[in-house]
Design a protein around this ligand. Sequence first.
Ligand SMILES: [Zn+2]
Length: 424
Amino acid sequence: MIFRPSPFRIFLSLLLCLSSARAADHLSNPIADPPNWKALAKYQKTITHDEFDQLLRGVYCSRGISEDFIRVDPDVACILTDRDAQTWFTLRFEKDERKRRPTPRPWRPAAALPRPKKAGVLSGLKIALDPGHIGGEWAKMEERWFKSGDAPPVEEGEMTLRVAKMLAVKLRALGARVSFVRDKPEPVTPFRPNDFREAAREILKSGGTENPREDFEARDDPLREQTVRWQSEILFYRGSEIRQRARRVNSKLRPDLVLCLHFNAEAWGDERNPTLSDKNHLHLLVNGSYLPTELEFDDERFEMVQRLLSRVYDEEIKIADTAAEAMAKETGLPPYQYTTDNVTKVGTSGYVYARNLVATRLYQCPVIYFEPYVMNSHEVFARIQAGDYDGTQLINGVERPSIYREYADGVVEGLLGYYQLARR
Ligand SMILES: [Zn+2]
């Protein structure tokens, strides 16, 4: 399940960007890292005009891009680095596809891995598992917790960790070197909500709230987004937490592939009297489809260009499509259809979308973001209550395996499908 920023939140971010608080960098968030434009120098002559243009317009800026920020000419692309000084980074294209310099990257595509030993199709592949959210005592704050009647509560962060642990066993048996971005129901970030109270005040002030309320009464308080507590909690469990995970992935784990594991949900309303839905679906996400307003932020524009140039998409979309088909076969779920304009359908499976999420943007390697199952659908809720078990059980009249095993099996089948073909 993905945090959906409210219009109020987007409004605040934009105001923050336009405010005079940051004279040099126009950042998307008070805790965003400023861009390191010099890091793009290593990509000179690593891409042709046509490849760059295809990725830019087909995947990353599929919603359009203003020439005030990125211009593409036959020989070069110019990317705005400082809007006040009007300085630009110039990327030189290689004219001849056969002569382009190799792409510098810390991860290895399937074709660059050493030939698999007999031991396993995934031998040598470094996979980092990223169980979505924090869970445990943080689950309610994250709004990833609900409880229906006398049944035990449903916590996404606990469920994703459970899937990750099962998955690790199966992937290691196939030869993969598996690491965890998070391996317990605790934050990866060393910070806590109280550390962000000043940043929260800054955000609220930029949005025109000079004297914000400190606290809110209940989670259904319609004005809770305008309190210091709510803003500082978001900065903690989403902003700081995901950025800290990115540091861990990029500096320490350095995997060839990250799998972000989530369960989806439909709006459930009151967490203690949740609405159960008849809808159930599946989709996968890769990074892309930046909104024109997001590309105005220096950090997001830089991270988008860096991602494009590191050429993760070619590998990412092939893995995502294969994994989506395997998951669809395993779960029998139909594809989710977005009703918002912040995604672009990509690939051939019908299940994969490009979307600009913080995790898929910041992890510097191919990232596949899984969103199967609607946790508060009648069927999935019943399967969660049944827990983990061997074989099958009768759930609402249908014999079903444990939802956790089905999830893990789907992911494994998808990776096998891709790497078996790609490493032959
Ligand atoms: Zn989630």
